[in-house]
Structure formats: C-alpha cells, structure tokens
Design a protein around this ligand. Sequence first.
Ligand SMILES: [Zn+2]
Length: 53
Amino acid sequence: MGQVKDTLVKLKCSVCNRITHYTKRNKKKVKEKLALSKYCRFCRKNTGHTESK
Ligand SMILES: [Zn+2]
C-alpha cells in the first residue's frame, strides 16, 4: 500500500510572470502541464497561468 504523493507546483501568471498561486498535482495521474485562468493580484484581473518549476 504505497502512498501517492502529490507534488507541489507553482502557477505563474503569463502576463507579469510572477508566482501567484500554488497547487498540488499528482504527477502519475496528470501528465499534461497545467494551464489555468486564475486571478492575479498583481495584474488585478484574471490571467492565464502556467505551471512553473
Ligand atoms: Zn499577473
């Protein structure tokens, strides 16, 4: 019974390139890179966010 560990990933705003959110992802289940629309507090609006290492 192995425990499945979620990996902590950073979400970077594609407009200002700052890390604005953190999320967890199971790399064994989700292989695609994340691309989400989230609120960026620096841009003060919803922007596209991509996964950053
Ligand atoms: Zn931003």
